[in-house]
Design a protein around this ligand. Sequence first.
Ligand code: FAD
Length: 537
Amino acid sequence: MARPQKMVIVGAGPVGSLAALYAAQRGYRVEVYELRPDLRDPRIVPLNFTKSINLALSERGINAIRHAGLPDLLEDILGACVPMRGRMIHGKKPSGALYEVAQDFDIHGRVSFRHRLSDVGLIHHRQPVHPANKSNPQCNLAMDRGALNARLLDALEDLPNVELFFNHKLTGADFRKRKAWIEDRDRLSPSGRPREMEIDFDIMLGADGAHSAVRYHMMKFSRMDYQQEYIDTLWCEFRIDAGKPQPDGSETWKISPNHLHIWPGKDFMFIAIPSEDGSFTCTLFLPANHFVTLEADPSQVPDFFDVNFPGVRDHISDASLIDAFNTNPHLPLISLKCKPYHFGASGVIIGDAAHAMVPFYGQGMNTGMEDVRILFSILDKHQALLAETNSPLDDEDDEQQSSSNAAAEQAHAQALAEYSATRWVDAYTINDLAFQNYIEMRTSQSTTYKLRKALEEFLSLRLPGLGWRTKYSLVVFSNRPYSECVRQTDRQGRVLSRLFAGLVTSPFLAVGVYLAYSYRRPMKELWHNAVAIWQMM
Ligand code: FAD
């Protein structure tokens, strides 16, 4: 047997952990290096996040976990999610009455419904919507990012060919020599600095987030195009506490737990995502200058909410609003694109390291997990081609070992090149869509938005034979390449425009045809006279 290849994975976030599972199941010797301490330690506060964030896990992420080949893991993760069947838009009418409007993500589930806040200001219970049940509407699944990550790490720990190193920071990498340098923060030198160690690898996978060290070092070896942008919006976390528990002790939610709640503003937005324990993790997205104004006088925060996010004060006390604003960090949002993602046969970046995006399509982590599925399917393909052309190898034979290494290297090089060449198109597409959705979510009250949505939904629902699907449903509930989703919806858009143009021009056409028919005799005479005059000239 050939010696197994060593895959070093940098970053044990959701994407790195899932990649380690895929690699381990393919027989690689896997080492995972993670800068932070083990997040499963309850004393640890995640970097950048106050507690943790709730994420929307959707089809692409679920599908990637499904392909990890651990059905129990998938079941366990799905069991810890709260299904969100749609958006709940909150607002205030000119009369001052509060309202909320539900828009289902999956219009084939149940028709959207509308109700006044007074009808629903009671206790809410979670609807038993299980994503595995096909008869239920398609949902986004709310999941605590830390809890998801912890489950992936637990699964990794059970595998004999995986070693996890927490508190280990990648500080350098040479992709030609296949060596990397790691700071071990648990072992200090006599001078008090973390000890540095040198490791080697056959292939390194960089899943170390938006500020990726792997990407930084890879850029010294590959001609990588790179662009990044900070948007002028910061985010800060808030929380709606659980409602009073039921007599049997089970949780209750103050607002519907099966919706992604949105309080849209022109330049800003407040959202709430349900948690299993009955609470909601809320995020305020606000331009930086508004943060500066409120930071100068945080006592203004409740009034600011009152004006811009009507009804939120019914669920979060003024003291909690001010406390969360003062205590929780005000964090930036970065969007980055780069390509190629690899160098030769020795390194590749995935997840946020390759394509961090603004979070407004809820696809950042889902795309990162899809990277894992696609990358390993391409690796599998090239390994299979390799196996077809090579015979099994002997353990002891050095010559055969080195020829096996060369063949594995060739397969890696071809696979990474194919991955880079194909994946960037979809990564760039979802990056752009996330930006567009930011605008859409903030203006989700506009008449054009509602009209377009209604028309698309009507066509999708009433004429299913046309294969008409909304962009959101293709992006979030399918595994079609993002670029294909956009191509299909662009095509649909062109058909819609023609339909509109036809509807607008058809009355004029009808009047024209009617006049021509009614006055056909005088028109004919006129035409003959005109021809005769023309011939006499
Ligand atoms: P990360 O989660 O950033 O993990 C990278 C890991 O690498 C970290 O653990 C870090 O400690 C480690 N690391 C960094 N540097 C080093 C180093 N030098 N050496 C060793 N280790 C290192 N996505 C969704 O799909 N749905 C959502 O609803 C959603 N909502 C979001 C809401 C907000 C407010 C934000 C900010 C993001 C949201 N996202 C969402 C995006 C999602 O959080 C990211 O896309 C996802 O976490 C990326 O995972 P990752 O593993 O690639 O990177």
